[in-house]
Design a protein around this ligand. Structure first.
Ligand SMILES: *Cc1c(COP(=O)(O)O)cnc(C)c1O
Length: 418
């Protein structure tokens, strides 16, 4: 859990211009974090992180990450277009989709993106609808060969990827069709905090690559070991030691690939959560305090602004600027205003005594936060702000308005509708 970078008075000043609720991101912290990741893998000359756009699909954040050398990992038309709009070249765009419409393969090919296929049946689908690019990657699902983790579940029950046998068949088919360049990908964890998990994943992939090379004679340009690096949402958790992961993978890389045809293999990653998650906060204000069978704090934000607690029962730390030093004497459910009883940011949370008007900061909302927003119950998505390195505030997405909400309705047609 990362401390909130603004004082109560700084926050009150920002709110004069940008009313709550809003998400705010810390540019400096995001840049430092990006550099930490690049440094941990600096031993691998081709190392490339492709930021998982779905975590925070904001072009301003993507531009910052682009400046730090990151690419983008996309899985939809909108994410491909965002990557294009921030000026990423094709080789910095990874298209890891599943159940993919042909229009998205066409777009990915037009951008020169790296196409990562989710299924063996997508080889002819891609060939017929968009054409086979020179470089193709497959997503591997290790099934029972790799233990799962809590969010993504057991690999053999996940919808993603090729089986082991399908990989051998699939690369053979690519070879027969004249594809010249090859990559391989896997993504088996989500919000995983154990650094060894990522080292083990790389280990499995290096063995697999060696087998594929021995059997088919193909050399791999890269392995994408996916995203899924967790963040310490709870105060008692610790962040994944990136240096340890980098070093651990380096050792295995040297021993398993060093003297093989794959000695120049590039390591790719597509993390989202750990890149922006700890450096984004949802800022909200207390509207009501309610005391019935339990005590409730009602905020002006709701699960439309951050649905992880309702969706996964996820813990998000909550602090109250200006009341940081007060003892946590109260037990509250912290709620939003949806007509859904699971619209709660926290259940039975120990907090200082709150009152209407207090500001509340919900931590670790910088990834899979705003982006999961929705409009159920007529709720509007909030603004996104950026705290720049010089301390200034830049709006990087305005709040939605009622006009946005009604934009897909034709009220003139309603007039004449009988
Ligand atoms: C969601 C996703 C990611 C990013 O996951 P994080 O947990 O945010 O790191 C990366 N790759 C794929 C294919 C994904 O679906």
């Amino acid at each position: 859990m990362n401390p909130f970078p603004l004082s109560k008075s700084q926050l009150e000043e920002i709110i004069q211009t940008y009313p709550t609720p809003f998400h705010i991101y810390d540019e400096k912290a995001i840049r430092l974090n990006a550099r930490r990741l690049n440094k941990a893998f600096a031993w691998n000359p081709g190392f490339q992180e492709f930021f998982a756009v779905k975590a925070a699909p904001n072009p301003f954040l993507m531009k910052i990450l682009k400046e730090e050398g990151f690419g983008a990992d996309c899985s939809s038309m909108a994410e491909l277009v965002l990557s294009q709009r921030v000026g990423l070249p094709g080789d910095k765009i990874m298209f890891t989709s599943n159940d993919t419409p042909s229009s998205e393969f066409v777009k990915a090919n037009q951008l020169g993106a790296i196409v990562n296929l989710d299924d063996v049946s997508h080889i002819p689908f891609l060939e017929q609808n968009a054409g086979l690019p020179e470089l193709v990657c497959f997503r591997y699902n290790p099934g029972p060969l790799k233990g799962g983790n809590s969010i993504i579940g057991k690999p053999e029950e996940a919808k993603y990827g090729f089986t082991r046998q399908q990989l051998f068949d699939g690369y053979k088919r690519l070879l027969d069709k004249g594809v010249k360049r090859f990559g391989i990908h896997t993504m088996v964890a989500s919000n995983e905090l154990n650094p060894q998990y990522f080292i083990d994943t790389a280990d499995i992939m290096f063995d697999l690559i060696n087998e594929l090379t021995a059997k088919l004679g193909i050399v791999f340009e890269f392995v994408n070991i996916g995203g899924g690096i967790g963040i310490p949402y709870r105060p008692d958790q610790t962040a994944v030691d990136l240096e340890l992961v980098g070093k651990g993978i380096e050792e295995i890389y040297k021993s398993k690939l060093g003297s093989t045809l794959n000695a120049n293999l590039k390591i790719y990653m597509e993390c989202g959560r750990m890149i922006t998650g700890p450096y984004g906060w949802l800022v909200s204000r207390v509207l009501h305090i309610k005391d019935t069978y339990k005590k409730y704090v009602g905020l002006d934000a709701c699960m439309a602004n951050l649905m992880r607690p309702a969706l996964y029962g996820a813990y998000h730390h909550i602090t109250v600027p200006g009341k940081d030093d007060l003892p946590c004497t109260e037990t509250y459910d912290v709620t939003g205003s949806l007509c859904e009883n699971n619209d709660k940011f926290a259940i039975d949370r120990q907090l200082p005594a709150l009152e209407p008007g207090d500001l509340v900061v919900i931590h670790d909302a910088g990834a899979h936060g705003h982006s999961m927003g929705f409009q159920y119950n007529g709720k509007l998505r909030s603004a996104e702000l950026l705290l720049r390195e010089d301390g200034s505030i830049v709006p990087i997405r305005r709040a939605e308005t009622l006009d946005d909400y009604f934009a897909t309705l034709d009220f003139d047609a309603l007039e004449s509708f009988k």
